[in-house]
Design a protein around this ligand. Structure first.
Ligand SMILES: NC(=O)c1ccc[n+]([C@@H]2O[C@H](COP(=O)([O-])OP(=O)(O)OC[C@H]3O[C@@H](n4cnc5c(N)ncnc54)[C@H](OP(=O)(O)O)[C@@H]3O)[C@@H](O)[C@H]2O)c1
Length: 281
């Protein structure tokens, strides 16, 4: 099943398997400092119209994210707020505790989406049970995973009661992993990208320059539009208001099928971050 949603505007969303609307553009906050930097980024994003914010316990900026939300004046119910359970906190009881601590730091009483950050071997099934419990308790509107390759998902699906609703993966022109996207689509798991700009490295390459010229848009805008037209949720990170705004200026053009295929074809398998089959943290 692939989401057939039309891409309309910054507040538009893909529908998750349980009917929850997940805004297809969000603000990433990895490496946004837990001080005025992240507070300002959140306030700018919300002012510009973003309604989806991605953080994680390990980013150590949940307090700042929560402060930014409060200072923005937005009603909590209008936001799609995501956090993740870190590897050291995996296991059933540990995850329940970590979840409560994230809520406290964020200053909210529920999350829209909670993810297992990495597939820690021997732990992620117990962690998943805790997420299923929290979901049943209505403390999370949707539950999902991150950095799960197909074999991790197949293993989890053997035992889970609820199939993950989202898989957040490294995704950019050098790492498309179309087979994994297809597997997620078939199983009703919304694909979401992290590091869509390869943490900024994509701007040093010239691989998207011709497309940027052709559409009279920036490389960042071409990449984000490609994410959305592939039904991939995107959470670009920036702490600069002008970039946060321009990263959302992607609703006045459409990439052709041919240009999407071109971007898909840039795949080299090169990662910016760790390999989910070989991480040691
Ligand atoms: N689940 C996971 O394991 C995982 C792993 C990594 C990231 N994530 C999530 O995914 C989000 C995005 O990934 P990311 O932060 O790794 O990298 P990214 O979004 O690919 O790139 C962020 C970098 O690009 C710069 N940038 C942003 N917009 C720009 C623009 N329009 N022009 C030029 N430079 C621009 C930013 O700088 P400035 O901030 O200085 O503007 C920053 O250096 C994270 O923030 C986090 O929420 C999840």
């Amino acid at each position: 099943m692939q989401n057939q949603t039309k891409i309309t505007d910054i507040k538009g969303s893909f529908e998750l398997r349980n009917g929850v609307q997940m805004p297809y553009l969000g603000l990433g906050t990895y490496q946004s400092d837990n001080d005025q930097e992240v507070v300002n980024a959140i306030k700018s994003a919300i002012k510009i119209g973003y309604r989806h914010i991605d953080t994680a316990a390990v980013y150590k900026n949940e307090e700042g994210v929560g402060k930014g939300i409060i200072e923005s004046g937005i009603d909590r119910s209008e936001l799609f707020l995501v956090s993740k359970v870190w590897n050291d906190d995996q296991g059933y009881d540990e995850t329940l505790k970590a979840f409560d601590e994230s809520l406290a730091r964020l200053g909210v009483d529920y999350l829209d989406l909670y993810l297992i950050h990495w597939p820690v071997s021997g732990k992620y099934k117990e962690t998943w049970k805790a997420l299923e419990y929290l979901y049943a308790q209505k403390k999370i509107k949707a539950i999902g995973v991150s950095n799960f390759l197909q074999h991790h998902l197949e293993d989890l699906l053997k035992d889970c009661e609820i199939v993950p609703m989202v898989n957040q993966m490294e995704f950019h022109p050098y790492l498309v992993q179309q087979e994994l996207i297809d597997y997620c689509n078939v199983n009703g798991i919304q694909y979401e990208s992290w590091s869509p700009f390869m943490q900024g490295k994509v701007f040093e390459l010239d691989i998207c320059d011709d497309l940027a010229k052709k559409y009279n848009k920036s490389v960042a805008q071409i990449i984000l539009r490609w994410n959305l037209q592939k039904c991939v949720v995107a959470i670009p990170k920036s702490v600069h208001e002008n970039r946060i705004a321009s990263n959302a200026d992607i609703f006045d053009f459409e990439l052709s099928d041919e240009d999407i295929a071109f971007l898909d074809g840039l795949e080299t398998g090169e990662r910016t971050g760790p390999d989910p089959d070989n991480f040691n943290f």
